[in-house]
Design a protein around this ligand. Sequence first.
Ligand SMILES: Nc1ncnc2c1ncn2[C@@H]1O[C@H](COP(=O)(O)OP(=O)(O)O)[C@@H](O)[C@H]1O
Ligand SMILES: [Mg+2]
Length: 446
Amino acid sequence: MSVAITYVVAQGIANTPYDRSLSSALAILSHQLEWATDTHPPLLQISSPARIALRTRDNEGVFWKAQIVNGAVISGDEALPTPAMPSDFELDKIYFSDQTIGGYEVRLAYQWLANPNQLTREPDQQQRVLLMAAEGRENRVALASDIIKGVIIPQFLVLPVAALLIWFGLSRGVAPINALQKRLRNRKPDDLSTIEDHATPVEIAPLVNAMNDLLSRLSSSVDAQRRFVADAAHQLKTPLAGLRSQAELALKAAPNDPVADNLRKIVSGTVRATRLINQLLLMASAEHPDAIERPRLNATQLARDVTEQWVPEAMKRGIDLGFESDPDSAWVRGHSLLLTEALNNLIDNALRYAPSNSQVTVAVHASHHKVTLSVQDNGPGIDPADRERIFDRFFRVLGTQTHGSGLGLAIVKEIAQRHQAELTVQPAHPTQTPPGTRFALTLTAD
Ligand SMILES: Nc1ncnc2c1ncn2[C@@H]1O[C@H](COP(=O)(O)OP(=O)(O)O)[C@@H](O)[C@H]1O
Ligand SMILES: [Mg+2]
């Protein structure tokens, strides 16, 4: 666009001075004109100073022609074309047109003149003269192309510089927004804290404010929900404990009664319900966004204690529950109740889903920076498609026969997040069938 506009404008600019000099050529010619009298027709005799004036320095000079309107040529170059008289022509006005004469491009200036002494009479064609002056266009073309060169060549330099500056400015302007986007993407899913606005550009500050507003509303509604779950779970505990003790009392009173079997089912049902409620309570507290206290503790000791508590249950199920540690003590920063609960859930699952006569191993391995707590079984393993979803709340693999709520692994995941620990699940023996399962919780060593 710039090139096209420059081309048109440059031609206009180049025409102006040359047209002016053609006009003065016409003026010189008209001064040399002798008008018709009763005795002789109009005459155009060019004096030598006028000839010199008409011969411009850098071209062949000006061609001219003077002609009686609709009549004979008085003087000049016969080859010049005679322009048609426009219907609304004006005397003395100078007209311009571009013409080609024998392949040679010329600019033509012409005007119609009338004998000034005859103005009052009826127009007489003898007293009207068409005066023409023409010159080649090559000088104008050269000037126009000089102008175009002068304007366009710097543009080839200016445009890339401008593009570079725009790119630089835009990327600098957008950088804080990108940084904000990165910060938001890197957020933990449960992080509803407000976005600090010291780094946000002024333009998007209102947006950030609105987002902060939304976040704080969201976080108070999440809080309310969490409190509701915790309260409800807490309120349910007492009647359940009552129900359980009543059923146990009744069982004690009449252990051989026909309804004793139903009573036993009530007892085991309340045990499960109490466990679920405890899990819900733990979930609600583990989710709590306030930073938990994480004193320094010996992970090996903790894991050994937890494992010992599961030995009777393992024996009941005919499972060989083992414990390994390397080295003997591994220190981490952690919340002992929460870590105990996480291990409890993993061991509970391993004992629950592995067949009897199999092995379950709890292990603690410490390397330079990391401490890994793992629970491994040679049970049926977990289908790769389910491996992500088992950590969802209330998710249980389809066809799972034993009782459970589907909350256990969700709690483990929550606890892992609270400790900035990595939680992984893999087949224990990928090449064997059944592959077994190995859950590992990797904490930073302290
Ligand atoms: N060690 C394991 N071996 C096989 N499947 C497992 C194991 N641990 C968990 N799962 C599967 O993951 C599901 C979710 O476990 P969890 O969240 O503890 O809920 P729950 O044990 O109450 O069903 C279980 O239902 C079970 O299908
Ligand atoms: Mg479980």
